[in-house]
Design a protein around this ligand. Structure first.
Ligand code: ARG
Length: 492
């Protein structure tokens, strides 16, 4: 280390031993990650507290130095939390910043903290600890969106609307059924995050720079202190794997894709042309020139920010795809994208539930639209099939009825018995079901829009949501307990 006045370095480096010149200022700027990885400070200190406790327990460093280190880390954490900590570009990254400050506070004993550790396994640990918290925050946010959708669906078990294919009216459905479709998507998002959590929550410490460390460390003990579910099984992989970040970004991208589809429907439904829904004034904006305008900006931004999150996924995948083992500095590029993706998603998950709750559905418009455009044509064909006609024949016949109605500007209910019977004797004998509710009630099959099925689906969703929320809460408490044990040692 170079501190002598004879060889001044413009920027002092903790790794400066073999260097005869200071790094170029621009190189410092390019190389440094402190401007964004300072966000890992809390997790960096947690990791160090666990590491130093293990080092002392294994007799790798003297107990007295460990006590000083733990105390110093506690002071640093307080400084950071109170905004008093000085982050310097020359410190390069959060790991070196904390170590520099520790040395200022406790002197040479600080130099023992980095025993049996490299920044390579350290940064991998920090990011894993950050990601597991982020997963819980996002999961909680999703659960709140699900709750809002279930509340809305509960209020609209009797609201009918047109279901679409190709954005053409196809068959009537219940609004509750349509909303439950998003609940089903969001449950898959929760499931993905929970599954991924187990792969994130593993400790890479002990891998050192790449090959494993030469000290008798207890890797499992460190993992236990940090409430992690185990250790990474290969040191080379542990320091260079960022799958867990990619998986998180993929899960966020899928989540955003789902929210974007919902947003798109709200945009469409709030147009004058559809007029199915009104977005509350608190969640819409006006135009600077057209006084009559009310724009669905929140929904539009949800749709647009999906591109941003997906961009971070492709960005990191591109960084990773050509990297040789093990650590490469390229990996430093893993952080900004995932931080931004998380911030974007977290904000949206806060805005969406109240926006959903304050939607006003124009149920009259929906009901009117549900009945139009011959949306009961399939049901008419099904009626003929039940009388014994092969489906293809029924399809053809109903097609002719539709063409006749269009030519005479009529709808099915307007047809007289004489008109019906001219198409087929079967239609002279029995009247087909011709209301929207006939069509909806006819679909009491699992997963269908029949009112009984929809009620059952909503009940199951309520129970499932309670289970998901209980898991999130239990996990949060487990982590909080482990963290307060570590911090208690540091008198925090
Ligand atoms: N700031 C670095 C990162 O974010 C920490 C690891 C640095 N390791 C190294 N060998 N230079 O990846």
């Amino acid at each position: 280390m170079r501190e002598s006045p004879e060889q001044p370095l413009s920027s002092f480096k903790l790794w400066g031993g073999r260097f005869s010149k200071p790094t170029d200022r621009l190189v410092d700027e390019l190389n440094a990650s402190i401007s964004f990885d300072r966000r890992l400070a809390y997790h960096d200190i947690l990791g160090s507290l666990a590491h130093v406790q293990m080092l002392a327990r294994q007799g790798i460093i003297p107990e007295i130095d460990a006590v000083a280190i733990v105390e110093g880390l506690g002071i640093i954490l307080r400084e950071i939390q109170q905004g008093e900590f000085e982050f310097r570009l020359e410190d390069e990254d959060i790991h070196l910043s904390v170590e520099r400050r520790l040395r200022e506070l406790i002197g040479p004993a600080a130099g023992r903290l980095h025993t049996a550790r490299s920044r390579n396994d350290q940064v991998a640990l920090d990011l894993r600890l950050w990601t597991r918290d982020a997963i819980l925050v996002v999961s909680k946010g999703i659960s709140e969106v699900v709750q809002a959708l279930l509340d809305l669906a509960g209020r609209h078990r009797e609201t009918v609307m047109p279901g679409y294919t190709h954005l053409q009216r196809a068959q009537p459905v219940l609004l509750a059924h349509h909303l439950h479709a998003y609940v089903a998507m969001l449950f898959r998002d929760l499931e993905r995050l929970r599954d991924l959590y187990g792969r994130v929550n593993r400790s890479p410490l002990g891998s050192g720079a790449l090959a494993g460390v030469t000290y008798p460390v207890d890797r499992q003990y460190v993992a236990d202190l940090l409430a992690m579910d185990g250790i990474c099984e290969n040191s080379l992989d542990a320091v260079s794997d960022r799958d867990f970040v990619l998986e998180f970004l993929a899960a966020l991208s899928l989540l955003m894709t789902h929210l974007s589809r919902l947003a798109e429907e709200l945009i469409l439904w709030s147009t004058g042309e559809f007029g199915f829904v009104e977005i509350d004034d608190a969640y819409a904006t006006g135009s600077s020139i057209m006084p009559q305008k009310k724009n669905p900006d929140v929904a539009e931004l949800i749709r647009a920010k999906t591109g941003r999150v997906l961009g971070h996924l492709t960005g990191l995948a591109t960084v990773l795809k050509g990297l040789p083992l093990a650590y490469n500095k390229d990996l430093q590029e893993d952080k900004e994208g995932v931080f931004d993706a998380f911030d974007t998603v977290a904000l949206i998950l806060q805005v969406l539930p109240p926006m959903l709750r304050t939607l006003r559905f124009r149920t009259d418009r929906m009901a009117e639209a549900a009945a139009g455009s011959f949306s009961l044509a399939t049901d008419l064909a099904d009626h003929l099939v039940r009388q014994g006609m092969p489906f293809r024949e029924a399809h053809e016949l109903v097609g002719r009825v539709v063409a006749y109605c269009e030519a005479h500007k009529k709808d099915f209910p307007d047809l007289t018995p004489a008109e019906w019977s001219q198409f087929h004797p079967l239609l002279a004998e029995s009247r087909p079901p011709l209301t929207v509710w006939d069509a909806i009630r006819a679909r009491e099959i699992p997963g269908g829009t029949g009112p009984g099925q929809v009620s059952r689906a909503l009940e199951q969703a309520v129970a499932r949501l309670a289970e998901e929320v209980a898991w999130i809460e239990a996990e949060r408490q487990r982590l909080a307990a482990a963290e307060s044990r570590l911090l208690a040692g540091a008198a925090l």
